[in-house]
Design a binder for this molecule. Structure first.
Ligand code: DOR
Ligand code: ZN
Length: 344
């Protein structure tokens, strides 16, 4: 008899849907399995104001194919010019679920991010007051800090000071890639942490040994094996601090396979099958629902989804290696092993 597992429909607490032709191609890949997703605002230009978020939400909903059910949970991109009143109004109307902090220069389209944290103090204090979570890209950008240390240094130099200065601010440390990040989030009662699918699978050797693998390059970059093991332990523990945020981040192949390749792994298509494989390897299939479907809504104060998905173990699933967009192909993340879990 084949093994199967029925869980509440999962959500993705960190997703890049982009816009235009890319949005059209990738939205069904997420909507097929996920009920809701926190939508990243790093478009060009970024989603900064409530009006920007309304327009982007409308573009997403008008792109959603008939018969698919999906709720985009919108975010605003925090800049030094963000108006706390605009943020508060967007929250009060139910338009936004979080605000996103990119340190300026940390990653794709982060040029409008924050350089001087004193200039966002008013917005952060307003968010603490109204209970609106801050999603944080946790990497310092200082040229002298090694790329593999940027997350750990960020916790000490930026994240912990901001949280101390803003009591009550609820923070999600996103796409955690280090044991340092896991330990910090675990020790804080009012924090959440997202973990991506790909960081549970690859370490830095997978990017660099035997030739450079551009489709494994993302930010924060995958770290050494001991960190991957800490992420797997946290994700599969059931600990309510940790939930799925795929950071599925599509880029055209021509921009990944490039002398200056873009950061991002595209995992929307096969994430649930990969996670089932990972949780099975860790003998933690009974905790997949907590990670993918329960802990995230609990952090955000939202109900878990009522509908269910069923994962069934069988012959390897034939996922496409690439999906097509009107502008060219996007490579689907390859975990490096067959995926046996079918999602329905
Ligand atoms: O790898 C990444 N890609 N990390 C990010 O933080 C941004 C994302 C993107 O937008 O491509
Ligand atoms: Zn991201």
């Amino acid at each position: 008899m084949s093994k199967s597992l029925t869980i509440r429909r999962p959500d993705d607490w960190h997703l890049h849907l982009r816009d235009g032709a890319m949005l059209r191609a990738v939205l069904p890949e997420s909507a097929r399995h996920f009920a809701r997703a926190i939508i990243m605002p790093n478009l060009v230009p970024p989603v900064v104001t409530a009006d920007d978020a309304t327009a982007y939400r409308d573009r997403i909903m008008s792109t959603l194919p008939d018969g698919m059910d999906f709720e985009p949970l919108m975010t605003l991109y925090l800049t030094e010019a963000t108006d706390p009143a605009d943020v508060a109004a967007a929250h009060a109307s139910g338009l936004i679920t979080a605000v996103k902090l990119y340190p300026a220069g940390a990653t794709t389209n982060s040029a409008s991010g924050v350089k001087n944290f004193d200039n966002v103090r008013g917005t952060l204090e307003k968010m603490a007051e109204i209970g609106l979570p801050l999603c944080v890209h946790g990497e310092v950008t200082d040229a002298e800090v090694d790329i593999f240390d940027r997350e750990a240094v960020f916790i000490e130099r930026v994240l912990d000071p901001i949280r101390r200065a803003t009591p009550g601010l609820r923070v999600v440390m996103e796409h955690i890639t280090t044991k340092n990040g896991i330990d910090y989030v675990k020790s804080q009662s009012d924090m959440g942490g997202t973990i991506t699918t790909h960081h549970l699978v690859i370490n830095r050797n997978d990017i660099l040994v035997g030739g450079i693998k551009p489709h494994y390059y993302c930010l924060p970059v995958a770290k050494r094996e001991e960190h991957r093991l800490a992420l797997r332990a946290a994700a599969t523990s059931g600990d309510a601090h940790f939930f799925l945020g795929t950071d599925s981040a599509p880029h055209l192949d021509e921009l990944k396979e490039h002398p200056c390749g873009c950061a991002g792994c595209f995992t929307a298509t096969n994430t649930m099958s990969i996670l089932a494989e990972v949780f099975e390897q860790e003998q933690a299939l009974d905790r997949l629902e907590a990670f993918a479907s329960l802990n995230g809504p609990a952090f955000y104060g939202l109900p878990a989804n009522d509908d269910k998905i069923t994962l069934t173990r069988g012959d390897p699933v034939n996922y496409p290696t690439k999906i097509d967009t009107a502008d060219g192909p996007v490579t689907v993340f390859d975990p490096g092993y067959p995926l046996h879990w079918h999602v329905a």
